[in-house]
Write a protein that binds this ligand. Structure first.
Ligand code: UDP
Length: 325
């Protein structure tokens, strides 16, 4: 299929593009390069630098091409920034997304796989989190994901849009080619890896006074390869899907300290920890039930935390400064 991928030069987008190409699909890669890296896409990829807020340009892109389906991953994604600057987040993540939908529909493209997030659930009432759990986001980033999923539902009913939203839990890990390079880096695994890489002398952990076994937050890490695989499975299921949403997690939670221990085990280097106060917007525990994705998409994650950390360690060691551009 000819698949247009937004946010293709970002962390998950680059791995999704890699797998689409490996699966024999053609990729039309869109990115504004605000967070993404041109070097995360091979020179052979049909790359267009565009911002989703530029609606006329999007229309041009769609009207000049055959596009069978869209995978929409482009978004601003730094939670604390979304709290201090909601305007920018609603503009990019909601209005930009609407521009995309409108260009799609004007050009009879009615298949969309959307990169959603566990943050739609806010602080879940019960664990593991199922798709019908209440959606009460606790920051503008999560609110944008909820709003966009609701838009997808109404567009489905009114305009026949078929959409599958994939609610990622904690995406992590790397392929041999593509990994995580954020500026600033806010995610736990790449930040812990900075110690064995010799970039910092300790990792900061945001609090150990949560009501969890060791007092640190618990998260459900899912390999970026498994996440990309879910996108391909969603693509296969998208025709006539209506409006669907699936959690993508492993079903196993690891505390922040357990992640630190895993990095020590994989790298062979001990990692000093400094505790700081809680980070705003951090739910204590987030663990997914992904049974629905298993049942309806045939998606079962293949990799556990050790393989995730191993792959991230290999990528970060190989590309010490991340992507070149
Ligand atoms: N975290 C931390 N130090 C860091 C980065 C993250 O203690 O340098 C914690 C964060 O507070 C949360 C967990 O690690 O409890 C996972 O955070 P991350 O940003 O990786 O993902 P999130 O769950 O926020 O999407």
């Amino acid at each position: 299929m000819d698949v247009l991928v937004t946010g293709a030069a970002g962390y998950v987008g680059s791995v999704v593009s890699e797998q689409l190409l490996a699966g024999g699909h053609r990729v039309i890669a869109l990115d504004n390069l605000g967070q993404g890296h041109r070097a995360a896409l091979g020179p052979e990829v049909d790359f267009i630098q565009v911002d989703l807020c530029d609606a006329p340009r999007l229309d041009d892109i769609f009207s000049g091409r055959n596009i069978d389906a869209v995978m929409h991953l482009a978004a601003l994604s730094i939670v604390p920034h979304s709290v201090s600057n909601p305007e920018e987040y609603f503009q990019t993540n909601v209005i930009g997304g609407l521009n995309l939908l409108n260009s799609m529909l004007k050009n009879n493209v009615t298949r969309l796989v959307f990169s959603s997030s566990a943050s739609v659930y806010g602080i879940p009432e019960s664990i593991p989190v199922t798709e019908d759990s209440p959606q009460i986001p606790i920051h503008p980033y999560g609110e944008c994901k909820v709003m966009f999923e609701r838009i997808l539902k109404w567009y489905g009913e009114a305009y026949g849009l078929n959409s599958i939203s994939l609610r990622y839990f904690n995406a992590a890990g790397a392929t041999s080619l593509h990994g995580e390079h954020h500026q600033p880096e806010t995610h736990l695994i790449p930040n812990v890896l900075k110690v064995p890489l010799g970039k910092v002398d300790h990792v900061t952990i945001f609090a150990n006074d949560y009501e969890t076994e060791d007092g640190t937050c618990v998260r459900d890490y899912v390999h970026v390869i498994d996440i990309a695989d879910a996108h391909l499975k969603a693509l296969n299921a998208i025709a006539g899907a209506g409006t669907k949403a699936y959690n993508l997690g492993s079903g196993t939670g690891y505390s922040n300290l357990q992640v630190v221990r895993m990095v020590e085990q994989v790298s062979g280097v001990s990692v000093p920890v400094v505790f700081e106060s809680r980070r705003a917007g951090d739910p204590p525990v987030l663990v997914a039930s992904s049974d629905l994705a298993g049942k309806e998409l045939g998606w079962v994650p293949q990799y556990g935390l050790e393989e995730i950390v191993q792959s991230a360690w290999q990528w970060q060691s190989k590309f010490l400064d991340g992507y070149s551009d």
